[in-house]
Every structure is written in C-alpha cells, then in structure tokens.
Write a protein that binds this ligand. Structure first.
Ligand code: HEM
Length: 416
C-alpha cells in the first residue's frame, strides 16, 4: 500500500522542515508526494537501501530534463564525475576518497590551506564588538580554502568575491534542478537562471584554464597538479577539460555545503547556552563530537533524489521503473528506529559518524574529511578567540533554502 501525503515537501522551502518529516513518518517510511511527483524516503533503513544501490536507484542528472543544462555547465564533458555510473564511477570515486582528499592529504592541507584561511578571517574580526558571523566569517572560509588547495595565484578579496559569485550562480540552478523544479513546464525566469549558470561555468573556466594549462606536468602538491598527475590512471587520455571540470567540481561541491554546515552548527551553539558551555569546556574532542551531531541534525543537504531503474519494492511500497525517490537525509538522521533521542544533541553516541549527512554507499561525499576539518577548526578557533560570543538582540536567524538549508543572519556580540 502506498501512503500519500496531502501536504507537499515543496511547501517547506525556507522553513524548518522537521515537523513535516515527522508527519510523513506517521504515514510510513516511503510516502508519495503528488506535487513533487516523487516518493519521499524518511526511514533510515530505506534511505540506506537506496543509497547503497546506485544501479537500481540511479543518480538522476543524466536522465533529467535539467540534464542538458547540467551537461553545458559541466563543459559537455560526458565523463564528469556526476555523469559517471558503474565501474568507471567507482574508480573515480576511489581516487578522490583514497588519494585526492584522503585523510592523509587533508592533514597536509590543514596547516597550508585551512588554518591560514581561518586565522586571516578571524584576525579581521578581532576588536569588533558586533558582526554577522555568516557574512563576515562563514561565507568567506570555504572559498579561501579552495583558493589555497588549488594554490591559485590570486587570493585577493576582489578575486575571491568573483569566484563566490560565479559559484552562487551555478548553485542557484543546481538547487532548482535538485528539487525537481526544472522538470516539466519551465518558466522564463527559470530559463534565465539556467543561462546564467551556464555563463558562470564558462567564466569560471576562463579564469581557471590558464592556471590549469600551466600546471600540466608539474610535480606540485596543489590539487591542480595532482589532478593532472592522477587523472591518466582513470582515463588514459585525461585532458584539460577533465582537469577543469574536476576543479569546478571541487569548488561547487565544497563551498556551499560547508558554508551552510558551519552556519547551522554555530546557530545551534548560539541558541543553546548549556551546549555552548559544554563544547567550550570539553575542548577539541567535544567540538568533534558536537560537529557530528550538528551534521546529523542540521547538516546542510536536506535531501538527494534518485531515479528507479526497474520495478521494485522499498519498505513495502511498490515503485515503478522511471519513478523518482527523494531520500530525505535529515529525516533519516532523525529516525527513532536508528537513533535514541533522535531530535536531541547527544555527545555520547556510540557511533557518532553513523549519520547520512555525507550520504553512504558508493557516492559518499569524498570531501567529508576536509569538511570536518574546516568545521572543527573553524568552530574551535572562533570560540577560543571570542570567549563571550553570543547572539545579538534584534533580527532573529531564519532557516533559508530547500535542498541545502541554513540559518542566517547570525548577528553576534563579542564584547563585554
Ligand atoms: C559539510 C560539507 C559537505 C556536505 C554536507 C557534503 C555532502 C555531500 C553529499 C550529500 C553528496 C552526495 C551527492 C549525491 O550523490 O547525490 C556529496 C557528494 C560529493 N561531495 Fe560533498 N559535502 C560536503 C563537502 C564537500 C567538500 C569540502 C568537497 C570537496 C572539496 C566535497 C566533494 C564532493 C564530491 C566530489 C561529491 C560527488 C561524489 C560522487 O558523485 O560520487 N564535498 N557531498
């Protein structure tokens, strides 16, 4: 029997969706959303089943109406990471997880890319009694880390702002596409937004191309040189388009995700004095534990969609070939069957990383170690430098977004 929800997931945009998820859960672990034209998956077991089997539950971009725009944004490169399936995807994924962004490499990048970016940003805030953590700190951090990872020759404010703007234009498109809002009839406004994203991807290529060309054959430790060095093991004719595409992938996958995650984690601390005190008192191990709970409860990516490639059954619900399932990661992360006190922060969980913020299975986020490093370092340094940090009276933070959501603004006071 397929349960159907009368409300639609679409109506939860720009709100905290957690009570909606619980109403869906009352109907079942897999529930049909007629307006979204997709099955919502809120159960942890069912979510894992989908994410583990990417042959039956296929990454959808290449089959979506938005697929042609995605292809243009990816420079018409059919071997772009997101478009790969099966064994070739596995090879690419292994390279990114075990080599490019492995814990060993991230620990080498921590002192050269992550820590200097954090220190430089916090130094600018020193002495200020009030600031907006989102606009004055959080949004700047991941793009600065990216510029250092790639060792881009320019790292000035104007250049980084330009990179961020181009990334925002692409993100605006991706957000609509992921929410399945580019399927069926598409408005003029949406078409314009898609064109802007394609244009942004081209501008990004123009900025990066000369640097990518110059680094070919270099033995450097920056990501561009390492992409050139390692790519031929995946595709023997690895070329400039592949390297550029991978650079864009790094920017796009790593910037917004980490920005939203940092905002959400800090919002949790700033709105819960007891939690703030516990994290401050517990030092680094407590920050690490807290970051996992923040990712589980409010971890940026609310959901991912998948296309079913054969008639099947999921949590007792029959699903036909071609249908879409929307795996709601942040609902699966609050499933009472999987987590005790699912809505509360519990710093003592036995398996603190056993959540789905970075997915699970063959498409697990390869940037998870880097993201965790940015979050832990970014929070710990901030708390150490600003022992009195608290929310300022006035505008309250609101939860914005749909596929990715975060709280903002975060106006804080830092002085006595
Ligand atoms: C808190 C921050 C982050 C979160 C919550 C996050 C989450 C995710 C999720 C949910 C996916 C799966 C997308 C899908 O298959 O539908 C993903 C994929 C990916 N992420 Fe992350 N991510 C974060 C940071 C990063 C960073 C910093 C990088 C790299 C610099 C990165 C690189 C990637 C790449 C390359 C993929 C594609 C993997 C594939 O298709 O097999 N991510 N991420």
């Amino acid at each position: 029997m397929t349960a159907t929800i009368v409300e639609s997931f679409l109506d939860t945009e720009n709100t905290e969706p957690y009570s909606f998820y619980e109403r869906v859960r009352e109907q079942g672990n897999v529930v049909w959303d007629p307006r979204m034209k997709a099955y919502l998956v809120v159960g942890n077991d069912a979510a894992r089943q989908v994410l583990q089997d990417d042959a039956l539950f296929m990454h959808p971009f290449s089959t979506m109406q938005a697929g042609s725009a995605y292809a243009r944004i990816r420079g018409e490169n059919p071997r772009s990471f997101f478009f790969l399936h099966g064994e070739k995807h596995r090879e690419m994924h292994r390279w990114w997880v075990r080599d490019l962004l492995s814990p060993q490499w991230v620990s080498r990048y921590r002192p050269t890319a992550v820590e200097p970016a954090i220190q430089a940003l916090l130094a600018q805030l020193e002495g200020r009694a009030e600031f907006d953590l989102v606009q004055d700190y959080i949004v700047h951090l991941p793009v600065r880390v990216f510029a250092r990872l790639l060792d881009l020759p320019r790292k000035d404010e104007a250049f980084l702002t330009q990179l961020k703007r181009l990334n925002d234009d692409i993100a605006a498109f991706a957000s609509l596409a992921s929410a399945l809002k580019l399927e069926g009839e598409v408005s003029e406004e949406t078409k314009a937004l898609t064109d802007r994203a394609v244009q942004a991807a081209q501008e990004l290529d123009e900025i990066l191309r000369p640097i990518v060309r110059e680094r070919r054959g270099s033995a450097g430790e920056d990501m561009i040189s390492r992409l050139w060095a390692g790519g031929p093991a995946i595709f023997p004719d690895w070329n400039e388009v592949d390297t550029l595409d991978a650079c864009r992938r790094l920017l796009f996958a790593g910037i917004d995700t980490t920005t939203h995650a940092l905002a959400n984690a800090l919002h949790m601390l700033l709105t819960d004095d007891a939690l703030m005190q516990k994290v401050r008192d517990g030092g680094r191990p407590a920050v690490e534990r807290f970051v996992e709970e923040a990712l589980r409860l409010n971890g940026t990516v609310q959901f991912r969609s998948r296309r079913v490639t054969a008639d099947t059954e999921l949590a007792g619900v029959k699903i036909a070939k071609g249908d879409m399932v929307v795996v709601i990661l942040m609902a699966a992360n609050r499933d009472p069957q999987a987590f005790g006190c699912p809505h509360a922060v519990d710093m003592e969980r036995k398996q603190p990383r056993n959540h789905l913020a970075f997915l699970t299975g063959p498409r697990t986020c390869p940037g998870a170690t880097l993201a965790r490093t940015e979050l832990v370092e970014g929070i710990q340094e901030l708390l150490e430098r600003f022992p009195l940090l608290r929310l300022a009276p006035g505008e309250r933070p609101a939860f914005h977004g749909f596929m990715m959501r975060s709280y903002g603004p975060l106006h804080v006071q830092a002085g006595d």
